[in-house]
Design a protein around this ligand. Structure first.
Ligand SMILES: [Zn+2]
Length: 68
């Protein structure tokens, strides 16, 4: 399990990026929303998609769930 967060502000392409709590580029706490302690990044992305329409895994910490 890992703790996951989603960025509140979208990227230029509209993606809200999902990060693990140990990601080196995780934004400050007031710029992210806590998703919970989740088994996999795919589950975390799914959960984030209930909050934001367009989500994507971080290319650094959640590369398995990142789509270009
Ligand atoms: Zn990340």
């Amino acid at each position: 399990m890992a703790e996951f967060f989603v960025e509140i502000n979208a990227q230029g392409n509209g993606d809200h990026i999902v990060h693990r709590s140990d990601c080196s580029i995780l934004p400050s706490k007031d710029a992210v929303r806590y998703l919970g302690s989740i088994a996999s990044c795919s589950s975390a992305v799914k959960k984030a998609s209930e909050i934001f329409k367009q989500v994507n895994g971080c290319s650094l910490c959640s590369v398995a769930c990142h789509s270009a």
